[in-house]
Design a binder for this molecule. Sequence first.
Ligand code: B3K
Ligand code: ZN
Length: 874
Amino acid sequence: PQPIYLSDYRPPAYRVTRTELTFDLDPDATRVKARLHLERHPEREAGAPLALDGEQLALKAIAIDGQPLEQDEYEVGEAGLVVHRVPEAFLLDTEVEIAPDGNTALSGLYRSSGMFCTQCEAEGFRRITFYPDRPDVMATFSTTVIGDAEREPVLLSNGNPVERGELPGGRHFVTWDDPHPKPSYLFALVAGDLRKVEDGFTTMSGREVTLQLWVEEENLDKTDHAMASLKRAMRWDEEAYGREYDLDRFMIVAVNDFNMGAMENKGLNIFNSAAVLTHPHTATDAAFQRVEGIVAHEYFHNWSGNRVTCRDWFQLSLKEGFTVFRDQCFSAETNSAPVKRIEDVAFFRTAQFAEDAGPTAHPVRPDHYIEIGNFYTLTIYEKGAEIVRMLSNLVGKEAFRRGSDLYFERFDGQAVTIEDFVDCMAEASGQDLDQFMLWYAQAGTPEIDAHGEYDYANAEYRLILRQRTPATPGQPDKQALHIPVRLGLVGTKSGRDLPLTLDGEMRGTDTVIHLREEEQEFLFTDVSEAPVPSLLRGFSAPVKLHFPYGREDLAFLQAHDSDGFNRWDAGQRLALLALDDLIAAHRNGVEKVMDPRVTEAFRVLLAAESDDKAVLAQMLTLPSEAYIAEQQPLVDVDAIHAARTFVKQSLALALRTDFLHVYREHQHDAPYAPEPEQIAARSLKNVALSYLMAIEDETGLELAREQFEADHNMTDVRHALTLLVHSSRGDIADPALKAFGETWAHDPLVMDQWFAIQVTRPQPDVLDRVTFLMEHPAFSLKNPNKVRALIGTFANQNPVNFHRADGAGYRLLADTVIELNRLNPEIAARLVTPLTRWARFDEARQELMKGELERIRAEELSPNVYEVVEKALA
Ligand code: B3K
Ligand code: ZN
């Protein structure tokens, strides 16, 4: 496979203004008729052949302006169709046959639990019909869907239904019209035996919109939360961005087999059932919040993505980074804002930093790719969102809103670039964002080394910042970025933020300094007492910041910083220092000694009874094993696990009564609601239970068992069951696990959780359990949720067992990747990720991991897996 380069971009030779489709549905032989209204692109030369994308299509008929073509007038190849000579403007009619039932890649038209559905982003439409399948071709669509009246009573597509009727042979049809020009990747079709839940929304200009959620009958009781989230999102986009919905109806469909979370098809969002269905007894608080975020994300795409779309796939972050930023702000407002930020950053610093440091590192706007399906990454999405967040902070809230208004007005109905977006922000704010654009072009995580000195005599604080971005594949040399660093100086005597005077300018007690050079010095004057600097508040830029904090400094910041995020981060840094010592002790075989400062900090937290319970729960949570690993020069999974377990147990022993007290204080039996106060109480209570269970004393075990049996809601049940299953007490855990599995055997989303709970067990027998569960009737390699729950969870969330010294974990993953490479390349390419991180481990493990990558490479590979494995072995 050959790479595609951004620098080769040219507008399409021909564009489509209108697309008329007719689907005659059949599981093995669906007929698709397409009538395309084509015309030469004004910027392209006359007389060019017409080249259309098309994969796995059997061409049955082809005509131009009603005239069937002769065999020698066109050619059909692996990648599509070429018509040698075409007029300047013409109608192209084609008819193709496709086989939805055989489509295990879940791209194009496929069947899921008996229903027909589509996934076209990025390049799935070419598996439906011959088409210029690229986002800069935007057409209005009319779609007629013909199906079996009994098997497919519901026939859906984008836009508004305009006609329906009966046909001979028990068939029926519905015709849909979508008046908004759209690229092919936003096309959608759904047909099956579905039920709907309906609601309504009045837009800010007073238009009535019908909202429909389509699900299988057994899931009708799991739609309330998604519907409520949708209405909140619609209102929020009006208030925060002035964006109103633009069709008479908005539909969401839940499907069981789906590669991603969801898809923003115009007027007809298709969701992975895991990203839309919730019920207090089947979904955890985290799942409720995830559903709310994804429903909002897909809805927000209606403007940031659909009305204004991407010129080409290199601009993917134009819609994804912006839309993630929008959904993050929305969720921050509806939940606890500091916790949302803490959770997002904790995830980002673990997973995106690892991606940025690995062989598949790429800029937020890549300049080449082999398979675009591999670029739906944390870098494009999350780092892209961090860049938009920096922009919003740089230009300020008002200018950001003016800039986004300008963007939506100027480019409505167009396919544009990241420059177009940033230019609007520059124009609206009058700021020069040229250097800032480097954030889109440079891969890798910038690191800042910071040093500070307090000069008593002159009451000055001198802060020196140096930046560097490590080399990444294809980018050996990096330039200095424009990095906004938000900070405060916390007085060590007063415990308060000190007034900041920089270059003679008074800046309040919290300000942003701009690092643009490789090294810069900032001199704060009139600093009345020795400060501890609180740097990178709110994670104001996606960088690693190093400052030689002493442990007392960190304990001080954890207690006094006015920035909630940095208070949490100081605690994490303090814990990391203690963990470092313990990891070294474990490796050297010397006795582990707990750092009393960490215990003391926890004691203070527990005693202070902070009123923000949600933040407190975060503060009491130790850095994850994955984040600890991120900080190590070489990852020693066993030492990390042992060190973290030791800290948990030490804290539990020292503070047992405090944890017990917190647990009891936050036990409630009010009816479940996914609202912030309840969620905070549950997370605090469950954190306390985790500590009590770390020492597995009788009280902890009894509480966990009671919580499981009380069966109050899935958050509590799942947490208790996880603690039991991860404990050494099989006598209590096994019956509970069995009962849970039997109760929920009928519910695939709960069974996903049942799988995940088991394969994250730290005990060494877990690999056999994974193999055993792969044979379980509820498991299927063809269902992405199952693959993620069982294999993905094992490989990503059970480091001690995945990295077993004998390589059996690696072998299991590689075997699965090889099988999935044939079935579903997109999922296979994602699943292989942990093996690509081999450089982080000791030599013996490196050899084993590379050996498995080579075994995969010897297969006949899809472009998806090929691209990832090649990079990993380069
Ligand atoms: N835009 C879709 C992603 C689909 C990618 C499939 N390869 C979901 C989202 O970001 O909203
Ligand atoms: Zn998106």
